[in-house]
Design a protein around this ligand. Structure first.
Ligand SMILES: [Ca+2]
Ligand SMILES: [Ca+2]
Ligand SMILES: [Ca+2]
Length: 200
């Protein structure tokens, strides 16, 4: 009983870093809705993960305020693309090469979002692209703009990915105006309640 209690307390303490303001990809994140759920205490300031060339990673995030929301891979060294979808996988916007001039990395904002809510942020290497039933949801170019869906598969929903990916490696998506898809307040209270109950 005592040993089990120690393990329980240790598990709660070791679980604490997962509640920080970042999310690290668990396994390989799916490339289709509903995306990988992010869980923690707001704000969500960064997502860390790993990409293969022919891979995309999709994460559910909460957009608190579209006017302050941004997601960027500026600071990375390989050629990325970022995509925003609504919770059903309908394309909202994408960017290949940052309009602000940071290079081949990507930045998307809340400019094309209708309001606060849960959205899907997806990252892929250039040139691995999301497709709807009728083809690519976005054209490849112009590269240096954030664009609403403009391809034959627009607006979606996204049902698959294709093309040719050229890069692989670790990535960091930096976020502003974002929160976690799920906030685990109830779970946290339950955990501490269970620990406290054991001391009675
Ligand atoms: Ca991945
Ligand atoms: Ca993936
Ligand atoms: Ca790019």
């Amino acid at each position: 009983m005592r040993t089990w209690l120690v393990f329980t307390v240790a598990a709660v303490l070791f679980a604490a870093p997962a509640l920080a303001d970042t999310w690290t990809e668990e396994g390989d994140a799916t490339d289709l809705p509903p995306g990988q759920t992010t869980m923690g205490t707001n704000p969500l300031e960064a997502i860390y993960g790993y990409l293969d060339p022919d891979d995309a990673d999709m994460f559910c995030v909460y957009v608190e305020d579209p006017s302050t929301f941004s997601a960027t891979t500026c600071g990375m060294t390989y050629d990325t693309q970022l995509f925003l979808f609504d919770a059903d996988g309908i394309g909202m916007s994408m960017n290949d090469d940052d309009p602000g001039g940071c290079g081949l990395q990507s930045t998307v904002t809340g400019a094309f979002l209708p309001g606060p809510g849960n959205y899907l942020v997806a990252i892929a290497s250039y040139d691995w692209d999301p497709a709807g039933a009728n083809g690519d949801i976005w054209e490849d170019s112009p590269y240096g703009q954030e664009r609403a869906p403009d391809g034959p598969g627009a607006p979606g929903p996204v049902i698959g990915w294709g093309g040719t990916g050229f890069n692989d490696g670790d990535y960091t998506i930096l976020l502003t105006g974002a929160g976690f898809c799920d906030e685990p307040t109830a779970t946290e209270e339950t955990s501490w309640g269970q620990v406290k109950a054991l001391f009675r």
